[in-house]
Design a protein around this ligand. Structure first.
Ligand SMILES: *Cc1c(COP(=O)(O)O)cnc(C)c1O
Length: 404
């Protein structure tokens, strides 16, 4: 904008909010007047969830008790909810099972991928910028299966895949910088060399189109308490492409993944399809709060969410450039839309003190030590006025907290 006054930006924010087709979804959430830019860490509570959970607890558990496994659909919840998540990540039905944490699903996916790759492929490429848990789990899986970990920047993976590569484990969006990796390109390069692609969608599912089926992804995992608003510790999910399901050999073959779980036989026989990714008894309370939370996506197109997310992060970056004192913050989030997820990460030498003060003044982002201020944009409940206010308060805080 040519006029860079506060009045010009607040007017622009009001104009953008008025034209925003997704703005109406905000009222579905329990929010106050803080600017909540941490929905990429813990999504906000959809307002109807408490009443649904009261029914789950008092009636389904309290009154129906054991009958609810059948009569309230508890037993089939992992696949039913998987099919609710499927359209958000571009998957046809029957390929996603919900349960366990992302960390546990990373373990299942990595070990199962080494078994699918077979032969003498002894290398696992791991995103060198990964969220730590994926790296720790992959390293342990590699020790168990006799593989070697090769840490690489995802951009370098296409040039590094060889006939020894079993799989690559990659974060679709970098949790620290917000960089969106090239899922189609990396997946195609892996396949060209006969290797498998395992994607972690924690920071992309619910924020942008993923296209799991369209791009031929082999296995994927993701969490549901970030952009999917499932609630603290809500269960994660595992995607196994249909073509791999018959050969998917879980390293955690619990009784819930047995073809006949109530046969209670000593020998293991894997279930067909998505249930093969189960382990033990599902955490029904968390799972059903996730199921209720997914109602907010009814009638929402993920392409529209993506368009708004990019407009929000563009506008926030523009406001930060206008409001922040020269040289105090530097964006580490890519400018190019094709390389940007749904967050803005700003490097700032005084980041710990600045984030604490931002939160005190009603702008909630988070800190990634030592020096990154992270702001997540969840288009269903964050608007352009929020982006403007966050940048304006950031400018004020930076003036009040001197450099150095
Ligand atoms: C948030 C996140 C996780 C979290 O794993 P949990 O097992 O739920 O604690 C894992 N991987 C990535 C990339 C994440 O962003």
């Amino acid at each position: 904008m040519s006029d860079t006054s506060t009045a010009a930006y607040t007017a622009e924010a009001a104009r953008l909010d008025a034209a925003d087709e997704l703005a109406k979804h905000r009222e579905k959430f329990a929010l106050d007047d803080t600017v909540y830019l941490d929905g990429n860490s813990l999504g906000a509570l959809p307002a109807h969830v408490p009443a649904r959970m009261a029914d789950v607890i008092t009636r389904q558990w309290g009154e129906l008790r054991i009958r609810s496994w059948d009569e309230s659909g508890w037993w089939t919840a992992p696949e039913r909810i998987g099919d609710r998540i499927a359209p958000l990540v571009g998957a046809a039905d029957g390929q996603i099972v919900v349960g366990d944490s992302t960390s546990v699903n990373v373990f299942k996916a990595v070990v199962a991928a080494t078994r699918l790759a077979g032969g003498d492929r002894d290398e696992i490429l791991v995103d060198a910028t990964t969220f730590p848990t994926d790296g720790y789990i992959a390293a342990s899986a590699a020790r168990m299966t006799g593989h070697r970990i090769v840490p690489l920047d995802p951009a370098e993976m296409p040039g590094a895949v060889t006939g020894r590569t079993a799989l690559a484990l990659v974060n679709h969006v970098d949790y620290r910088t917000g960089r969106l990796q090239d899922l189609p390109g990396v997946t195609a390069a892996l396949h060209a060399a006969g290797a498998l692609a395992v994607w972690d969608l924690c920071h992309s599912a619910g924020a942008l189109p993923v296209g799991l089926d369209a791009h031929g992804v082999d296995l994927a995992v993701g969490c549901t308490y970030k952009y999917l608003n499932g609630g603290p510790g809500a269960p994660a999910y595992l995607y196994v492409a249909e073509r791999h399901q018959a050969r998917f050999d879980s390293p955690l073959p619990g009784w819930n993944s047995h073809a006949d779980p109530f046969g209670m036989t000593p020998d293991y026989r894997a279930a067909e399809g998505a249930p093969r990714g189960r382990v033990g008894t599902p955490d029904i309370l968390s799972m059903l709060s996730l199921e209720a939370a997914l109602d907010v996506w009814d009638g929402v197109r993920i392409e529209d969410v993506r368009a708004k997310s990019l407009a929000l992060t563009d506008f926030f970056l523009e406001c930060v450039r206008a409001y922040a004192p020269e040289g105090r913050v530097t964006s580490v989030t890519p400018e190019a839309h094709a390389e940007r997820g749904s967050q803005v990460a700003l490097r700032c030498a005084e980041a710990p003190a600045v984030m604490a003060e931002l939160i005190r003044r009603g702008v909630v982002g988070d800190l990634r030590r030592p020096d990154v201020l992270r702001f997540g944009f969840t288009p269903l409940y964050v608007g352009f006025a929020d982006a403007e206010r966050a940048a304006r308060v950031l400018g004020e805080v930076l003036r009040d907290i001197p450099a150095g």
